[in-house]
Design a protein around this ligand. Structure first.
Ligand SMILES: [Zn+2]
Length: 77
């Protein structure tokens, strides 16, 4: 089981968290459908160190960004 460090509550079990995916910068509202589809659906899905959004839904309810190695699940500083 994965243990994640909430910056507000400390390290907790993965079951208390909701995965929010890869942070993405929202494009302005006047863009083409292709640009909007890329923002909504396309993610890098890289192997190795990866920045991710997580919500401590079963605890404080705060969203935060952490860096995790997707191959080893190690949380990186
Ligand atoms: Zn928390």
């Amino acid at each position: 089981m994965l243990a994640l460090p909430c910056p507000h509550c400390g390290t907790r079990d993965e079951a208390e968290f909701q995965f929010g995916g890869e942070p993405a910068i929202r494009p302005p509202s006047a863009v083409t459908d292709t640009v909007w589809a890329d923002y909504v659906y396309m993610r890098s899905n890289e192997k190795g160190p990866h920045r991710e959004l997580w919500c401590h839904a079963g605890g404080c309810g705060q969203w935060f960004v952490l860096t995790r190695d997707t191959a080893t699940h190690a949380v990186l500083p």
